[in-house]
Structures are given as structure tokens and as C-alpha cells.
Design a protein around this ligand. Structure first.
Ligand code: UDP
Length: 240
């Protein structure tokens, strides 16, 4: 009998910035390898892992549209393409250590990845494959956090695990205030009413409406990704 963990199927959100680490390059291969190793350790336990990758390490549509006058939709399509680059990098890293991994894109790029097909994604997960969802929601004006919430709901994953460069959600900016306190838990309402910068409003309300808990945690601490996936206490848990 398999030991039972808190979650059977999780949606791991990895932001682009987290992939960059402190490298001057867009992607730090040490980080993608660390993610791959930790994900491997939990898929071996039978926990199903789907991943949504961001693209902010390469291109963020909103900031380009603002600063250059570039049309927002065009800028966002470039941002979505950036997430595909990250997804393929992560897939190649995972497969290099023997984890079967599929990338599914929200718009067709059939020479490089499968198109997003919900039932097929679920089938991959059931077979123990990792599925990486790329190109966000496929729509401009959205974020990959919203894509994470959406895909989580669609594939009936139980939680969004948001891997970031900080330990969780603080009551003040820990980079400027050394006395900032880490919240262990928060309600959705606290996140939205206090305007805590956890996720954009669209993403957090989608989680709330579908009762999807969100765990915000630091992926730079060794062991944290596997702990979060196994349902051990890390970072900040948002729910209720
Ligand atoms: N994006 C989009 N629609 C989506 C998801 C992403 O248009 O559904 C674009 C948007 O321009 C965004 C960029 O892709 O700035 C990269 O995604 P995001 O900023 O969410 O990445 P992260 O912050 O997680 O690195």
C-alpha cells in the first residue's frame, strides 16, 4: 500500500524569476536541476505533479507595453512564448534525470509540444508523468498565476503550490523591513482586502471560488519543493 500524503495531485507554479536565481543568464541550470530532483523524489512516492511555468525571467508583457508603447496583446504573446522556452528547458532537465515529462501549450506549437488537452493531461499524470503547462492561459491580459489556478481547477488538482524567492507572505516587505513577520496562514479575504502581493486578483479569486488552497513558499531552500508537495508545513498557507 502506498503511504498517503496530504495531496494526491498538485499544481506547482514556478515563476520565471525563480528560475533565474541570481544568475545573469535568464535561467540558472542549478535551479532547474534542483526542481527536477525534488519533483522526481515525490513522483516516486506516487504523488502526481503538474507544473505551470512563468516567463518573467525573459519577458513580461505588461512592463514592455507600459514602457515602450508596444501593443499590450502583442507584448503578452511574446510573454507567453517566453514561458514555452522555460517549459522546454525544464522538460529537458527533468528527462535528463529520467522523469517522463510532457509539455502542453495553451496555443498550438505542435512541432515542439503537445497542445493542451485536459483529458490527455490527466492521463499523463495518472501514468506518473509530469505535465508542464506552457503559454499561460493562451490569452493576453492574464498571468501565469491565473493559468496555475485555472489548470489546477481543470485537472482537479488539490492545491496550488507557488514557488517563489521569498519564504512566504509577510506583513511587510522583508527586503526593506528586517522585522517583517511571516504569516503561517491567511484567508483569501485577508489576501484580497489587505492587497497582499501574493498573486493577482484574478488568480486569487479563481482559487477562492473553487476552494483551492494556495501555499506560497521559497524554492531556494533545499527540500522545500518536496516538502510542499508532500503537504508538510512550509511558507504561508492561504485558504478558507
Ligand atoms: N501571459 C499572458 N497570458 C497568460 C500568461 C502569461 O499574456 O495567460 C504573458 C504576460 O505578458 C506575462 C508573461 O506572459 O507578463 C509572463 O508570465 P508571468 O508574468 O505570469 O510570469 P512569472 O511572473 O510567473 O514569471
Amino acid at each position: 500500500d502506498k503511504p498517503s500524503y496530504k495531496w494526491q495531485r498538485v499544481l506547482l507554479k514556478v515563476s520565471g524569476e525563480a528560475l533565474a536565481g541570481d544568475q545573469s543568464q535568464n535561467i540558472d541550470p542549478k535551479i532547474t536541476m534542483a526542481i527536477a530532483r525534488e519533483v522526481a523524489s515525490v513522483t516516486r512516492l506516487g504523488i502526481e505533479v503538474a507544473i505551470v511555468v512563468g516567463g518573467g525571467n525573459i519577458f513580461r508583457g505588461s512592463s514592455w507595453a507600459g514602457s515602450s508603447g508596444l501593443d499590450r496583446s502583442s507584448a503578452d504573446y511574446i510573454g507567453m512564448l517566453a514561458t514555452v522556452m522555460n517549459a522546454i528547458f525544464l522538460q529537458a532537465t527533468m528527462e535528463s534525470i529520467g522523469i517522463p515529462t510532457r509539455v502542453q501549450t495553451a496555443f498550438r506549437m505542435s512541432e515542439v509540444a503537445e497542445p493542451y488537452i485536459r483529458r490527455r493531461a490527466v492521463r499523463h499524470l495518472e501514468k506518473g508523468r509530469v505535465v508542464i503547462f506552457a503559454a499561460g492561459t493562451g490569452n493576453p491580459f492574464f498571468t501565469t498565476d491565473t493559468a496555475a489556478a485555472l489548470r489546477c481547477a481543470e485537472i482537479n488538482a488539490e492545491v496550488v503550490l507557488k514557488a517563489t524567492n521569498v519564504d512566504g507572505v509577510f506583513d511587510d516587505d522583508p527586503r526593506h523591513n528586517p522585522n517583517a513577520r511571516l504569516h503561517d496562514t491567511l484567508t483569501y479575504h485577508e489576501v484580497t482586502s489587505k492587497d497582499l502581493s501574493v498573486m493577482d486578483m484574478t488568480a486569487i479569486t479563481l482559487c477562492q471560488e473553487n476552494n483551492i488552497p494556495v501555499v506560497v513558499f521559497n524554492l531556494n531552500k533545499p527540500g522545500n519543493i518536496s516538502k510542499a508537495i508532500k503537504g508538510e508545513r512550509v511558507g504561508t498557507l492561504i485558504g478558507g
